[in-house]
Write a protein that binds this ligand. Structure first.
Ligand code: ZN
Length: 252
């Protein structure tokens, strides 16, 4: 865990990056000294505050390996916040582009997990352990060939999106709406099975569009034993709160 304290500035560390950002944003030479350090925040947060004429900055240590120009952009954004001046678009762009790149997103998620950040989601659920269900379906339909992704019940209840596979982060999330004694096990299994098919059939780009549910996908989907029954059930629970348009729960 990086925990660099560059309070003295004068070297090429975080402290001098912030000193430079102070000069850039305030357009002054004599600025308060910055005590800047990487800090083991759970996520990608960074903070800045002014106290007794000194500026204290803490930057998420997820960013400790990031290039100097990214740290400088972030420092400028934080200093601009502190002085309530507008952030330059260029800094926002540089920082945002880096912070949202898949690698950094993964690192953020991993540190969250490793630090025991309170993640409310879990594969356990009240009615069905998704990891068990995954293992069973994997045997039954895929000959055990699928690598298990991170499985979790969603935190919120969503009736519109009942399941989701994220192939960048290798996660399958199933809506908490289905974690109920009123929902038969085979229905949960069907939604999970659908998401598992997304692991088998990765999305294809065809003429500027991305095909998620191609022909092979749909054919495989019908191999689920109680396919029609499951669909019927899902249509019921996704039934509209508002009347006019009939909404179907989406399994994406
Ligand atoms: Zn889908």
């Amino acid at each position: 865990m990086a925990d660099l304290d560059n309070s003295g500035g004068g070297d090429n560390g975080l402290g001098s990056i912030f000193d430079a950002a102070m000069r850039e944003v305030t357009k002054q030479e004599n600025t308060p000294r910055v005590q800047a350090r990487f800090y083991p925040y759970a996520g990608l947060s960074s903070t800045i505050r002014l106290r007794n004429g000194r500026v204290y900055a803490r930057v998420s240590d997820v960013l400790s390996e990031s290039p100097p120009n990214v740290l400088f952009a972030l420092a400028c954004i934080l200093v601009a916040k502190l002085y309530r001046v507008k952030t330059r678009k260029e800094h926002e762009r540089v920082y945002h582009e880096y912070a949202t790149s898949p690698l950094v997103l993964d690192a953020t998620e991993t540190t969250r997990r490793n630090r025991g950040y309170k993640i409310l989601t879990s594969p356990l659920g009240r009615t069905c352990n998704l990891e068990e269900a995954f293992a069973e379906l994997n045997e039954r339909y895929f000959g055990g060939a699928l690598k298990r992704p991170v499985l979790s019940w969603s935190q919120g209840r969503t009736r519109r999106v009942l399941g989701h596979h994220d192939h960048v982060h290798d996660t399958i999330t199933i809506s908490q709406t289905l974690d109920s004694p009123r929902v038969p096990r085979f229905v949960v299994e069907y939604v999970l099975y659908h998401e598992m098919l997304h692991i088998k059939h990765s999305p294809r780009a065809v003429g500027g569009r991305t095909i998620y549910h191609g022909r092979e996908f749909r054919d495989d989907e019908r191999r689920f034993e109680r396919f029609d029954e499951a669909l019927k059930f899902l249509e019921q629970i996704a039934s509209p709160v508002r009347k006019r348009r009939r909404r179907r729960g989406r399994v994406v």
